[in-house]
Design a protein around this ligand. Sequence first.
Ligand SMILES: *Cc1c(COP(=O)(O)O)cnc(C)c1O
Length: 389
Amino acid sequence: METGKRSSLLPYGQQWLDEDDINAVVEVLRGDFITQGPAIKAFESKVAKYVGAMYAVAFTNGTAALHGACYAAGIGPGDEVITSPITFLASSNSVLYQGGTPVFADIDMRTYNISPEQIETKITDKTKAIIAVDLTGQPVEADRISMIARDHNLIFIQDAAHSLGASYNGHKVGGLADMTMFSFHPVKHVTTGEGGMIVTNNIEFYRKLLQFRNHGMTREPDELTQNDGPWYYEMQALGYNYRMTDMQAALGISQMDKLDYFVARRREIADIYNEELSNMEGLILPYQLEGTQSSWHLYVTRWEANYFDRSEVFQALRNENIGVNVHYIPVYNQPYYKQLPYSFEPCTHAENYYRTAITIPLFPKMTDDDVSSVIAAVKSVYRRYKGKK
Ligand SMILES: *Cc1c(COP(=O)(O)O)cnc(C)c1O
């Protein structure tokens, strides 16, 4: 069974580009528009159709898209937005960009996603929105969060950077929240290099997002306050230049053709891990909530503190050339967050999760031998370090 140490480092995630993808980009380079051409709309339509949403707006990256969502949601100084502490920095930074105040609600220790009960305990009369993150690709409990949002008049934004292609109660992630963000960073399910998108069924949000990504400008006749002629445009808000290029959108269109295969391969690898690493005392594997179908962006293992020293295990796996990682450090522990003029209550579950989590490699381009090498390394490290403190 033992395959010996890998000869090269296996990263935790990586893109998969083929000749079709390369040709799609080259075709744009040979054409008339390298930005603001027809590929952007085509990419937006393709993603919207796939996830079952009416509108989509592409952005330079997922972080800019989240910034746009906070703008469209009307977040401003004094407004509180509830989010998860176990996420990438961008989820709550987007609130700070708008002058709002992030509030962290603890996670559910089974799924590692934000807990609906904990969201409820954090609601005040200043709360304006919830940014829920589908950590690792497992959708959040969207029905319960939507209900909370409706009861308290909050806007529900889903950070679905990890969950393109995932489903919740039979519906694709993308039509569940008021606005849903996808990222096209190379480790995510499909890539455009850098890139992001918001999908929504709300035309008001859609219009605001379009303006925000283009300097706050509009040329839509029914949006203008006056009209000097066909050249006329108006800046109605302070927007940014957050536009994606046609080169990127063409790559995204080509990548979308492979999304179902990418997700299927990720699920296949996750199934093998679930099978091969089961029944190992002290090693906790991902739990899947009934009704959720993860798209498996990450495979997070947890090494219980009464059996393992996580740092030791992490280093041992790196020594085996397994590119393990930790997703994520509770955001409120970052130095920048610590010096903000307000303080954050520590989240017990998030802290416990952070102390024990290790992400092992999972991406569609992994070969069966790569998968076996991860399993062999995990088993060998498990045997060597269990019980050692
Ligand atoms: C990747 C990611 C983002 C940001 O996306 P970028 O495209 O890298 O800006 C936001 N939230 C989460 C949870 C992510 O993983």
